[in-house]
Design a protein around this ligand. Structure first.
Ligand code: N01
Length: 488
């Protein structure tokens, strides 16, 4: 390859994925990379999701890079600000800032076959070229705005949980929150005490287990700082505990019933009113939607100023919400905790590969990749947190590190063999997805009797990995050359 020794690499995004890739490239002596970041600071989803109470539902000692353990975590489940600090710390420690172009959104990518290079068009119209492109855009970055009639005509304050308006004071306001997913159950307990009235609009009740968060005191933090092996053991213990929950999702073993009973007992202990309890009782199998962890969500619903509304929303009016029973609730502020466009077949921006092939067209019905990372027709383009790499049971950071290792192996293979392009074979991609589909069909995400953001409107799961994280790590440890076209 012309660019053999120092290929010019573009990384898009500076969340966990983009930063991990950059750090590992640097460690491998591959210094000629640029990170393109649309915002003015690093952090990805942990920069954007700054709503009150935002925190991780995977323990911090696992939800962090294996190569950068953080003995300073102050909670078992870190709050958003602490995770963002961690990502800034990694950016500085590994000298990434000089590589980052902030406020530089990538608007499109086109493969120039003659030069074997990608041409990226940035926000201002500037074009930059790269031999390899690695997208770390993630799949939980595009807020989903519900198609509720009248939403555009609402005259009060309206915003999405992932675009929190910190300048808007909720004190004394009448507020509506639409949605009862992972974001809503974290923000509702935090805003309920300061608003005048909160109407929480639930379409489907989530399964909720106690979070059992705890502070990590100074003694524990000192211990981890002094004895990194103790911190490593702690991480291992969390990892195997979470990995052990996989059967809950991929098989219908009785273990699932144990967790369901635990959640129902938690609901019964928390909500004395049988009417309210009935509204909060899920009618689908646990795990079908993301299982939520919270100690304070149910107690918040008992507050006199909080109303759980289960009547479907008919329209949003200029100053409130009208439900199917004909009742209108006037509100000052409407908060959409309605999640993200994750499963629908959307490429992060228009991407045009070999022979003018457009990724939006390829992914029009559903997004597919090989090992969630490479796509036929898109040479030298890699997706981190691509299709079917998210998890229902453990830390996505572990998956990101596996993908990063895989991309590095692809780059090393190209360098060793002097290859100009690397492109997954269509046949390998199809075989992989055929098997993936069969396995996904047997999981609770398919059979559990719910709709979720994991699946497209047609019911295809394009987001989750149906195996263990160990399996994914094993399969991404190195490239299988037979699965790729490698050209000089
Ligand atoms: O989004 P969601 P989220 N009318 O899609 C409802 C990650 N995350 O932002 O269930 C009425 O889960 C919808 O109802 P239904 C995590 O992976 C992680 O909460 O579809 N309601 C649902 O209740 C998570 O899973 C953390 O019937 C409508 C809610 O909106 C993912 O992000 C923290 C509606 C959307 O819930 C997404 O979570 C936060 C409509 N038209 C988030 N449309 C961590 O701790 C949608 N809804 C790591």
């Amino acid at each position: 390859m012309k660019h053999t020794q120092q290929p010019n690499i573009a990384i898009i995004g500076t969340g966990f994925a983009g930063l991990a890739m950059a750090i590992r490239l640097k460690q491998a002596g591959l210094d000629s990379f640029t990170l393109y970041e649309q915002a003015g600071e690093v952090g990805g989803t942990w920069r954007d999701n700054s709503y009150p109470g935002a925190s991780c539902d995977v323990p911090s000692h696992l939800y962090s890079f294996s190569f950068e353990p953080n003995p300073r975590w102050t909670r078992h489940f870190a709050l958003q600000a602490e995770i963002l600090d961690y990502l800034n710390h990694c950016t500085d420690k590994y000298g990434l800032r000089p590589h980052i172009r902030f406020n530089s959104p990538v608007r499109s990518a086109r493969f120039d076959e003659d030069a074997s290079e990608w041409v990226l068009t940035l926000g201002g119209g500037e074009e930059v070229r790269a031999h390899l492109v690695i997208s770390g855009c993630g799949s939980l970055s595009r807020p989903s705005i519900p198609a509720i009639p009248g939403l555009a005509d609402f005259q009060g304050k309206l915003f999405h949980s992932a675009r929190w308006e910190h300048g808007h004071d909720l004190a004394g306001k009448t507020v509506a929150v639409i949605g009862t997913g992972a974001s809503a159950i974290q923000l509702v307990p935090r805003i309920a005490p300061c608003v005048k009235q909160l109407h929480l609009f639930q379409r489907t009740p989530p399964w909720v287990l106690p979070k059992e968060d705890r502070l990590l005191g100074p003694r524990e933090r000192k211990l981890y700082a002094a004895l990194p092996s103790m911190q490593w053991l702690h991480r291992q213990a969390i990892y195997w505990k979470y990995e052990g929950r996989l059967p809950l999702f991929i098989s219908r073993l009785p273990i699932a019933r144990i967790f369901e009973r635990r959640a129902l007992r938690w609901l019964e202990r928390s909500i004395p009113d049988p009417g309210l309890r009935a509204k909060l009782t899920p009618n689908y199998a646990m795990g079908c939607k993301r299982v939520l962890l919270s100690d304070d969500y149910y107690p918040a619903l008992l507050r006199p100023n909080v109303e759980l509304v289960t009547e479907p929303i008919q329209t949003v009016t200029r100053d409130g919400l009208l439900t199917a029973d004909g009742k209108t609730r006037p509100v000052d502020t409407l908060i959409l905790a309605t999640g993200f466009q994750a499963a629908e077949a959307v490429s992060p921006f228009p991407i045009q590969g070999r022979g003018g092939l457009r990724l939006e067209e390829v992914w029009r019905t559903s997004a597919e990749a090989y090992l969630g990372t490479t796509v036929a027709g898109m040479p030298n383009f890699f997706f981190l947190v691509g299709p079917n790499t998210l998890l229902g049971h453990s830390s996505v950071v572990f998956m990101i590190e596996s993908q990063v290792q895989y991309v590095l192996d692809c780059i090393h293979t190209m360098k060793r063999g002097g290859f100009e392009t690397l492109e997954v074979r269509k046949s390998a991609q199809e075989r992989f997805n055929q098997r993936l589909g069969e396995r996904l069909g047997r999981t609770v995400w398919s059979t559990g009797g719910c709709a979720s953001w994991y699946k497209t409107r047609t019911g295809k799961n394009t987001t989750l990995w149906p195996g263990s994280t160990m399996e994914f790590r094993w399969r991404t440890r190195q490239l299988e050359p037979g699965d790729y076209h490698l050209e000089k």
